[in-house]
Design a protein around this ligand. Structure first.
Ligand code: SF4
Ligand code: SF4
Length: 474
């Protein structure tokens, strides 16, 4: 018997519980507040003589064992986690399909290589209704083969609402297909919010509209500087007006992309949101770092997360500022780790639901039955790789091409966490974002590590647990 490698602990003396410790197991998700004595007992596992333990110590060990804090040995725990990742990869419970309805975008954000810059929108791909029909046929075949319990369709881009005919067609047809097969269907939309209207929401609502994620990049002035229209006009007021008009009709989640210049404006954004009549209708508020193309001399504090593909060229497809649907760990540096926890705490202080910084993955790249489909019908393992044709894993028309089969095989074997030794965060991190690893390290199969971010998340969970415990005592 020995302590699980997935145990983490936080002493609670700064949270009003001087003699207690917060224990968490990231594999079983068990979370306990125990006395320092019990935590110390955990350290003595394997060395203490069973006969030397008191009845209460044996009880404590039995509870810790039931909750996964104690395991037989390291080898069996490793076997267990490997099997868990295999099961996760092969799980047929849910089919997830993210469709890039278009790569065009009506914003001209300076940090994004997509968008309304130069001639970009004239040449950026847009899915035709004919391709959408083939996407529907392909998805129906997947539904028939997998027979999943649920199906999640995510409409993404570029700006997905620039191609409403395809968004409506896919939602309606796949809703009918899901209904006919007894499968629960959910539709998510990730949008910049400019074209989000009650008409759009009312049109999608009957087909399982679950959530709309809208991006705000800081307070009014900062957002307008970061996310203008081509002519420089601000977009903040229009987006807020649109959110106000649809709040209550569907779940709205607010995301945002920050860098060192803009991060300090986020508390003002949170204060502004808190004052709005739709504040209690926001399902989640969570912010992420900006991803930029590399520049020769990065200013201090700049987040060097760059989306690139083959030949060191930037990936040219998906707007990575919202890739991963907001729960992913597309992040990259100490600046980010610190600022992420700062913004998370500020968000929590104002009572908005947000991510906890620990339950961040594994992201969808680790699931065989999560697909991203580009406007031309090419398949990808996740939205972050859509700009690089060499990373396409297949095509909805079933064509067999060596390069796609080789890419599919690369993603099949993806297991960066195997290089993470006995890191306690493997079950919730899986080695980090593969796109970031591909970009920064030139190898998607190497860990892209932000352990500090997970540690900050655990400290925050511990604080919340202590506050709840103190409130119960009083
Ligand atoms: S690999 Fe990175 S970009 Fe892709 S889904 Fe995972 S966290 Fe997001
Ligand atoms: S990338 Fe870092 S935090 Fe993630 S599992 Fe590996 S060592 Fe742990």
């Amino acid at each position: 018997m020995q302590p699980s490698m997935f145990n983490v602990r936080v002493p609670l003396e700064n949270a009003g519980l001087r003699d207690d410790v917060f224990l968490m197991n990231t594999f079983t998700d068990a979370q306990l507040i125990v006395s320092r004595d019990v935590a110390a007992l955990l350290d003595r596992i394997g060395t203490a003589e069973p006969g030397a333990l008191s009845a209460s110590e044996r009880d404590a060990l039995s509870t810790l064992s039931d909750q996964g804090f104690i395991v037989d040995d390291r080898e069996s725990e490793r076997v267990h986690i490997e099997q868990w990742f295999r099961d996760l990869r092969e799980s047929e419970d849910q089919l997830r399909v993210t469709v890039l309805t278009t790569l065009q975008c009506n914003f001209a954000c300076d940090y994004c290589f997509q968008g309304d810059h130069g001639d970009y929108n004239k040449t950026a791909a847009k899915m035709t209704l004919e391709t959408a029909e083939r996407v529907a046929v392909w998805t129906e075949e997947r539904l028939d083969t997998l027979k999943p319990e649920s199906f999640v369709l995510t409409l993404f881009g570029g700006e997905p609402l620039l191609n409403l005919p395809v968004a409506y067609y896919l939602s309606e047809r796949l809703w009918k297909a899901s209904q006919a097969r007894g499968v629960r269907m959910l539709v998510n939309v990730i949008t910049n919010g400019l074209l989000l209207t009650p008409t759009v929401v009312d049109r999608l609502a009957p087909y399982g509209l679950n959530a709309v994620k809208v991006t705000l990049d800081g307070d009014h002035d900062t957002h307008n500087r970061m996310r203008p229209l081509r002519g420089g006009q601000g977009t903040f007021d229009k987006i807020i007006q649109n959110v106000r008009a649809v709040a209550g009709k569907c779940r709205i989640s607010i995301g945002g992309n920050f860098d060192e210049d803009s991060v300090d404006s986020y508390p003002a954004l949170l204060d502004f949101l808190k004052e709005q009549e739709f504040a209690d209708k926001l399902a989640r508020v969570a912010f992420k770092p900006i991803i930029r193309e590399p520049k020769p001399q990065l200013p201090k504090g700049f987040i060097p997360l760059t989306v690139v593909g083959a030949g060191n060229k930037p990936l040219n497809g998906t707007c990575m500022t919202s890739a991963g649907g907001g729960t992913s760990i597309c992040d990259n540096c100490n600046f980010l780790d610190e600022k992420m926890s700062f913004l998370r705490d500020e968000t929590k202080k104002r009572g908005f639901p947000t991510v906890d910084g620990v339950h961040m993955g594994p992201c969808e790249i680790h699931r065989r039955h999560a697909h991203t489909i580009g406007p031309d019908g090419a398949l990808y393992a996740c939205p972050g790789f859509t700009g690089d044709a060499t990373e396409s894993t297949g095509h909805i028309d079933g064509r067999r091409e060596d390069r796609r089969e080789q890419a599919a095989s690369r993603f099949d074997q993806l297991a960066a966490w195997k290089d993470c030794d006995d890191c306690a965060f493997i079950p919730v991190c899986a080695g980090g974002c593969s796109v970031a690893a591909h970009t920064e390290l030139g190898d998607m199969n190497r860990p892209n590590c932000h352990k500090g971010s997970f540690e900050a998340g655990v400290r925050s969970l511990a604080r919340d647990a202590a506050v709840a415990a103190v409130a119960t005592i009083n």
